[in-house]
Design a protein around this ligand. Sequence first.
Ligand code: FES
Length: 129
Amino acid sequence: MPADPARYFERHVFVCTNVREKGHPRGCCSEKGSVALRDYMKAKCKELGLGGRKVRVNIAGCLDRCELGPNLVIYPEGVWYTYRNEADLDEIIRVHLIEGGRVGRLMLQPQDVLPRDREKRLAGAAAAS
Ligand code: FES
């Protein structure tokens, strides 16, 4: 098997901006502000010198974790985040994209399917600490 080529972008961020009809049981990321927030993240990364091949912030269609949205996923790490506002994105940019860390409070785990799964997990972690 040939070796994988070197990465074209150091990090590739996919931000769901999927639109569903109003009242859809799964909801959608766009109804929670993801279009404007993705634009904010893209502009912020550029402003911070993370353009070119460092970080690419792309619009994505449905990532199939709608209930937890708005969502984004960062590759090559494959780390998922939910976020609510510009401050959350600022933290993801600073901690994950610049410093190489993780924003634990916003990360999604594979077992998080519905918001209650995530809330239960976070409550369990808080009780254990
Ligand atoms: S609508 Fe965003 S993950 Fe499905």
